[in-house]
Design a protein around this ligand. Structure first.
Ligand SMILES: Cc1cc2nc3c(=O)[nH]c(=O)nc-3n(C[C@H](O)[C@H](O)[C@H](O)COP(=O)(O)OP(=O)(O)OC[C@H]3O[C@@H](n4cnc5c(N)ncnc54)[C@H](O)[C@@H]3O)c2cc1C
Length: 343
């Protein structure tokens, strides 16, 4: 049996208290929302925070507000089940409720939160392993020693540890595996990050970095509090997910498409964002440009889908064969565009 390492636990009831504890505890502290990702990681010693701050008792961090006309604010600690089953949200952004409804399992969705999903750690076959497995391969760049991920930079090992996927390189290739992130980026969502110093708003697309270790632009003293989604105004959306098991599994490819057509069926807006293929959700601007300003035909959809093939470069560090995953990217984009577009 894997056991949790020792840690100090706080369960504040206000955001102000949580931010104060976070600031006072420094980088060796982490927040926990649903705990569906962080606790297994602590058991495997990928994370060993000295302090854990629970967000579960903070009422102002849960709930869904808004309407199809005004757009929506989803509080960060709203559970995935609430988001997936919200009928008004579903009418406005079917792609979002689809994406969230495909995350893990019903039981985990009852605990897991949307904020936790957006902050979800990147994944890799060499990283998501037990302590003893990782020790046997002499650790990896992302978790370079017995303490796992270095939370406090002053505790970094003296000798750099290579990436086990691409040992010659100087970066970590762990993969962004959040199902909700590509869809929320395609919908133009913004997020609010709070710290003891104040709040800042950020476009969700700017939250993610092409870096398996420092994968989000969140400072260690910040808490994600809200997700803002603009009104759809005719934007249709869909999310398709490729995974080994249909019942539950992380995505090895997630395709989020949002599309708007004028009355004469000309495409006026299009976002194509893929997850599970890189350290961050990737937007395919060239494919979007090909569609915007045109009436979609079978040929145009085929051409746009083929444009994602070249730049999709998955690494051999998640489930399923990497060439299969690359070849499935245009197939899934085509399916998504066909389902959304009036041809
Ligand atoms: C068996 C299994 C299958 C899974 N399948 C999927 C899947 O298919 N797709 C998928 O996307 N995910 C999957 N997950 C991962 C996880 O369940 C979800 O991503 C979930 O949404 C995480 O939310 P949480 O509230 O439990 O996060 P936590 O575990 O509480 O936290 C996750 C990370 O986010 C940080 N965090 C959480 N909330 C905040 C906040 N408000 N502000 C700042 N930082 C925060 C934590 O510090 C931690 O680093 C799976 C997990 C398991 C165990």
């Amino acid at each position: 049996m894997l056991r949790l390492p020792p840690f100090e636990y706080h369960a504040p009831t206000t955001l102000g208290q949580a931010l104060k504890i976070l600031e006072q505890s420094g980088p060796s502290a982490l927040v926990v929302a649903g705990g569906t990702d962080i606790y297994p990681k602590m058991k495997r010693r990928q994370f060993q925070p000295k302090t854990l701050i629970s967000l579960r008792n903070i009422k102002r961090l849960t709930g869904i507000q808004g309407s199809k006309n005004k757009g929506f604010v989803i509080k960060a600690c709203t559970t995935l089940s609430e988001v997936a089953q919200h009928s008004v949200l579903h009418k406005a952004y079917p792609g979002l409720t689809q994406a969230v409804g495909l995350i893990s399992t019903p039981i985990l969705r009852n605990m897991g939160t949307l904020g936790g999903n957006l902050c979800l750690d990147t994944r890799c076959n060499y990283y998501d392993q037990t302590y003893h497995w990782r020790k046997s391969v002499e650790w990896c760049m992302k978790a370079p020693g017995p303490k796992g991920v270095v939370l406090d930079p002053s505790e970094a090992p003296a000798e750099p540890v290579p990436c086990r996927v691409a040992p010659g390189g100087n970066r970590c290739w762990a993969v962004s595996s959040s199902d909700s992130a590509p869809m929320l980026i395609a919908l133009g969502a913004k997020i609010v990050l709070a710290s003891a110093k104040g709040e800042r708003e950020l476009a969700l697309k700017d939250f993610y970095r092409d870096d398996g270790i420092h994968y989000i632009a969140k400072n260690s003293d910040e808490i994600l509090t809200e997700i803002h989604i603009p009104p759809p105004k005719g934007l249709k959306s869909i999310y398709l997910k490729l995974r080994r098991r249909g019942s539950f599994d992380f995505p090895v490819l997630g395709v989020a498409v949002a599309l708007k057509q004028a009355q004469d069926e000309t495409v006026t807006e299009c976002k194509i964002v893929l997850g599970g293929i890189a350290s961050h959700p990737v937007e395919f601007v060239e494919a979007e440009k090909l569609l915007i300003g045109h009436r979609p035909t079978e040929e145009l959809i085929e051409q746009a889908a083929q444009l994602v093939f070249g730049p999709t470069r998955p690494m051999d560090n998640t489930d399923l064969h990497l060439y299969y995953r690359k070849r499935m990217a245009p197939v899934y984009v085509k399916r998504a565009l066909r389902a959304l577009a009036t041809v």
